[in-house]
Design a protein around this ligand. Structure first.
Ligand SMILES: *Cc1c(COP(=O)(O)O)cnc(C)c1O
Length: 363
């Protein structure tokens, strides 16, 4: 049988993409905030219901530059239950990651454990809307206000997610969305930062273009993190189909729930009523189940089904940090990380395959 991977990129119709890129052979405008880049910015700010969005070559560089733009120093409170990018962005800015535990309900930052980690060196909080679950943004905002901290959300998983009709990109000072191929919406590779502060827009434009302002001035230190026109074209095509894609994901999600909900020792994620979800992932926690997470992963792999241990190991366990930082204990994150398995989840996953995957888990 054909292997089933944990994710499969969604593709627009081939002809649609060819049509979208055709005029580039005339205009020769291939990068540098071209017309497709501008159009995608406009369409994405409407779709995500945000004031501003800036586009980048990928989500990680976007996050690095977000931290850079806010001129942070010292320590940043974050969670270790995330992809490498979140913590690496902190470290590559010369900042110290302080690891806060996650809560057992939706695996986002445990807001009751943030305050005890704040020191005079703390400059920001970097929480993650992991699996598209929305952090307790009200509690985080209250803490940030009380201690005068910046808040940057890693919203890489949360494209299109809304709380009571408000797009998640409106929370905190800046939110980062990833448009990597494996995400709900993609531009091959790409990323975006959303924010309300008007002055950030031109600062970010300089940071992604070598720190340059116009053709001859270089007032700040920057890098190269521009999104090309071909990438923006893919985004324009994918955005046309995003709502159908999310509906298809919802069907897959509900099929998993139908098979796995209520089984002893298997915990699925809980969807809150006031949230418009994007059904980005289907994580399952095996806690007191007859087989361990690793045994289930191995059995699925024997059937050519590749679930992933997202997120194992915790970023706080990365070799790269061991002699460099004092690593905080995060027992809940550790336990979830050792028992979670992210099952295959994408719009075109046939429902019969979902049933087959569940059958292997249940037998
Ligand atoms: C994908 C991802 C990123 C990085 O995004 P890229 O676009 O791949 O650079 C950052 N954080 C999390 C949680 C992610 O899943």
């Amino acid at each position: 049988m054909k292997p089933i991977q944990v994710v499969q990129p969604s593709m627009p119709p081939y002809e649609e993409f060819c049509e979208e890129i055709k005029d580039m052979w005339e205009t020769r405008w291939l990068t540098h905030t071209g017309p497709k880049h501008q159009k995608l910015e406009k369409e994405l700010s409407d779709y995500l219901r945000v004031k501003h969005i800036s586009l980048f070559a990928n989500g990680h560089l976007a996050l690095e530059l977000a931290l850079n733009a806010l001129k942070l120093s010292g320590e940043v409170i974050t969670t270790p239950f995330t992809f490498a990018s979140t913590t690496q962005a902190i470290v590559r800015n010369g900042l110290t990651p302080i690891f806060c535990d996650i809560n057992k309900d939706d695996y986002t930052i445990d807001v009751h454990k943030i305050e005890s980690l704040i020191t005079e060196k703390t400059s920001a909080i970097l929480p993650v809307h992991v699996y598209g679950s929305v952090c307790d943004y009200k509690a985080i905002e209250a803490i940030a206000k009380k201690y005068n901290l910046r808040v940057i959300y890693d919203a890489a998983h949360a494209f299109g997610v809304e709380v009571d009709g408000i797009g998640v990109g409106n929370f905190g000072d800046i939110s980062m969305f990833s448009f990597h191929s494996t995400k709900v919406f993609h531009t091959f590779e790409g990323g975006g930062l959303t924010f309300a502060n008007d002055t950030l827009y031109s600062l970010l434009a300089k940071l992604r273009q070598f720190g340059m302002e116009g053709k001859e001035r270089v007032p700040i230190v920057g890098t190269n993190a521009k999104m090309t026109e071909a990438h923006a074209a893919m985004g324009l095509c994918n955005l046309k189909h995003i709502d159908e894609e999310i509906i298809k994901r919802k069907k897959v999600f509900e099929r998993y729930l139908r098979n796995l909900q209520g089984i002893k020792g298997i915990k699925t994620i809980h969807l809150k009523k006031n949230i418009k979800h994007n059904y980005a992932y289907f994580p399952v926690v095996f806690d007191g189940y007859m087989y361990s997470r690793d045994e289930i992963a191995d059995r699925l792999a024997k059937e050519n089904i590749f679930a992933r241990k997202y997120f194992y190991p915790l970023t706080s366990a990365f070799e790269a940090y061991q002699d460099r930082f004092a690593i905080q204990e995060t027992p809940v994150a550790k336990q979830i990380s050792e028992s979670v398995l992210t099952l295959p989840m994408y719009a075109d996953l046939p429902l019969e395959d979902v049933d087959r995957i569940c059958k292997i888990i249940l037998n």
